[in-house]
Each structure stands twice: as C-alpha cells, then as structure tokens.
Design a protein around this ligand. Structure first.
Ligand code: NAD
Ligand code: MG
Length: 395
C-alpha cells in the first residue's frame, strides 16, 4: 500500500504554494511534491525543483517553460518541464496524483481545479474564485466523481473544524443556527470613509495580520475577500446567505465559528499563519505539525468584535447581492473584481472605483443560468469586457 501522498501544487511559487512546500518539507515520509506549477517565475521554480525534485514542473508561460527547461538541464535535475494550460490540467489529473493543492490566484485556477475534481482527487481548495464562479457546477462535479474537497481558506477550514463530525450538508438537521465568518477588517478598518479615494496600492497591500499575494490583499482592503468567502461558505456548507454572518475580529485569532441552536458557539483559534489550515487539510484526518508557533493567550489578551460597515465597504454588499441573484452573477462579480483590482494596482483608477466598476458589470451583463464550465468562462469574458469598457469611459 502506498504510504506517501503524491501532491500537485497549482501555484507553488505563490504565498499558499510556498507555505504548502514548507509543510511538505516537514513531513517527507508523508508527502511527495509530484508536480509544481507557476505562471512565469522561473527563478523561484528552479529553486523549488532543486529542493523538492518533483516529477513535473509546469509553467503557464511558454517562454518561461523554455528558460526553466534549460536551467533544469544545466542543474542536472530529472524534473520534466511542461507548458500551458493543458499541462496544468494534466498534472492535476494524472493517476499517480493523490491530492491537488489548488492555489492559483483568480479565475485562472478554474480549469486545473476542475480537472482535479473530475478525476476524483483530494482537492485542497485555496482558490476560492473557483467556487465563487461556478459553485453549483463545481460541487456537483466533486460529488459525481467522488472527489474529496477540503477548504484551505482559514475561515472555511475553521468552520469545517467546528462542524459536527458527521456533517451531512444539512445545517438545520445538525442543529446549526448560524455560521460566524470572521474578518480582520483589513488595513482600512479605521480609516475615515473620505480618505479611501486617495489610498495607494502599497497601503492597500499592507495587511495588518496576514502576509498574502497582492490580489487577495487588495480584496481584504475592500472587504471583497469576505464577500467572496460568504459565497464560498454558501457552497461548501450549503448555507443560505441569511445564516452567514460576517463578524469583524481585528486580531485574526478566531478564524471563524459555528453557532448551534442550544446556544453553543464552537470556534477554531490559532496564530494567523496559513500553514495551520494547510497542515490540517493535507494531513486529514491526522493532525500533523505545521511549524506554526503555539497560541499564547496571554500575549493575545483581547479578542474584539465589531459589525461590518457596509457603507464604507460596498464590495461586501455587492457579494451578498450577487449570491441572492444567483445564476451567473457571482461569476460576473468575480471577473469584474479581478479587472478592478488589477486596474487599481496599475494605478489606472482609484480604490473607490473598485465597487463602481463591479456594480456596472453586474448591471450590464445579462443574468442567466449556467450549466457548464464553458458557460462560466463565457460569463467571465463578458464581465471582463464590461469592466474594461467602464474603465475606458472613465478615462
Ligand atoms: P499569489 O499571488 O501569492 O500566488 C499565485 C500563484 O498562482 C503563483 O504561483 C503564480 O505563479 C500562479 N499564477 C498566477 N496567475 C496564474 C495563471 N494565469 N495561470 C497559472 N498560474 C498562475 O496568491 P496567493 O496569495 O497564494 O493566493 C492563491 C489563492 O489562495 C487565491 O485564490 C487566494 O484567494 C487564496 N487564498 C490565499 C490566502 C493567503 O494567505 N495568501 C488565504 C486564503 C486563500
Ligand atoms: Mg480567508
């Protein structure tokens, strides 16, 4: 019987990817990096291949793949280098693979994540955008192909840990009254509303508690991250939106909670370090060391809670709106948000234009049902167009 889990990491050069490799390095007896993938960071990928000796390394970008192949040959490593989106799908679905860490950022992650589900893998899902864009279709695929889905997002991992052992997808039957989704509030929690128009990408990316990729950092600053997570929780736990309550908790020590009808509230606590949810999901059902230091309650001392400010953070309301509308609207929200974040990071529009652009896309793209991945990708393209047109008119 095979004892080592063969893991493919989609997005190994990113923040989640690197934390995953850190956990793998602590447990060489349990895990083997089977395939590593990245967009175009050749230098980092080469270093990862030298250290972890994966069977495959995939670069989305063709030129980067050619450069990597040369460097790997020179270094005398046996890793085979592949390129392009089909190769990402391939290394997510080869029969040798046991688990796939889906840690590509944004809609770019959807095709390989689908490939992993379609081949019945253990899917470790960091790429929340897949669920936001294609919730029902993806969850159906997971069921149909007997894949196992474990959440990496710290809040959803915390909820998963706080659910009853044999949770069958029915909140009411399990005596659950609410899911309390915690949020740090991001870098602008205390900033006055009228200061937001002039904040810079550097300020938006300076998260008080978590060290993350740029896109999710901006999402945290607008609180769209929490909006995407409401939608993510809806699909993962079959929770109607009125049962998902966002709770601002600035210390990021409680990663989320589940409230029961008898008045009990079960929470998962820990230092804000993604290696905890990563190790939880990778080792599941075993508990394994993650390298995260023990939580010192005396240092934490205070746990604070506030209600979210929907006026200051309209993205949160837009996400609830998209979830209520259903159909393709969450995919529209997600795509327009990606264009908005990118445009803000490139200093082509102010921070406060982000929700305006998304709202425009949600009004412009026609609402419809989606049944296939192609429907999702078509909606994604339409919403990106609508967002780009809005920006062109603004300038
Ligand atoms: P990141 O920007 O640090 O890394 C992204 C990775 O994806 C990189 O390896 C990059 O090479 C790859 N990538 C980017 N564009 C690609 C493309 N078009 N095709 C193929 N690969 C591509 O991002 P991150 O912060 O690690 O976030 C990854 C995912 O995990 C996101 O969906 C994010 O929402 C989610 N997540 C992250 C954190 C966190 O703490 N960083 C927490 C919860 C959830
Ligand atoms: Mg999160």
């Amino acid at each position: 019987m095979k004892t080592t889990r063969q893991i493919t990491i989609l997005g190994s050069t990113g923040s989640i990817g690197e934390s995953t490799l850190d956990v793998i390095a602590r447990h060489p007896d349990r895990f083997q990096a089977f395939a590593l993938t990245a967009n175009n960071n050749v230098e980092k990928m080469l270093a990862q291949c030298q250290r972890f000796q994966p069977r495959f390394a995939v670069m989305l970008n063709m030129d980067s793949a050619a450069q990597l192949a040369d460097a790997i040959k020179t270094a005398g490593i046996k890793t085979e280098v592949l390129a392009g989106i089909e190769s990402l799908e391939k290394v997510a679905s080869l029969p040798e693979v046991d688990a796939v860490m889906a840690a590509i950022v944004g809609a770019a992650g959807i095709r390989p994540t689908f490939a992993a589900a379609r081949t019945g893998k253990l899917v470790l899902l960091a790429n929340k955008e897949t669920l936001v864009m294609a919730g029902r279709i993806f969850m159906d695929l997971v069921k149909q192909h007997n894949a196992t889905l474990l959440p990496i997002d710290s809040e959803h991992n915390a909820i998963y840990q706080s659910l009853p052992h044999h949770f069958n997808g029915n909140l009411t039957a399990s005596g659950i009254s609410r899911i309390l989704l915690t949020a740090s509030g991001g870098p602008f929690r205390r900033a006055p509303l009228d200061s937001l128009a002039s904040v810079t990408p550097e300020q938006a990316c300076a998260h008080p508690n978590w060290d993350m990729g740029q896109k999710i950092s901006v999402d945290s600053a607008t609180m769209m991250n929490k909006g995407l997570e409401v939608i993510e929780a809806h699909w993962l736990f079959e929770a109607p939106s009125e049962k998902i309550q966002v709770v601002i908790h600035p210390q990021s020590v409680i990663h989320s909670m589940v409230a029961y009808v008898d008045g009990s509230v079960i929470a998962q606590l820990g230092n804000p370090d993604m290696r905890t949810p990563i190790a939880h999901a990778m080792g599941y059902p075993d508990r394994i060391e993650s390298g995260v230091s023990a939580l010192d309650m005396f240092k934490v001392a205070h746990l604070d809670f506030e209600e979210p400010d929907f006026k200051k953070f309209p993205c949160l309301g837009l996400a609830y709106q998209a979830l209520a509308a259903g159909g393709n609207m969450p995919a529209v929200l997600n795509a327009a948000n990606e264009i908005a974040v990118e445009s803000f990071l490139k200093r082509r529009m102010p921070f406060t234009a982000i929700p305006l652009m998304i709202e425009h896309a949600m009004k412009t793209v026609r609402q419809e049902e989606m049944t296939t991945l192609d429907d999702v990708l078509r909606t994604d393209a339409q919403a990106r167009n609508a967002a780009q047109n809005w920006l062109a008119n603004l300038q």
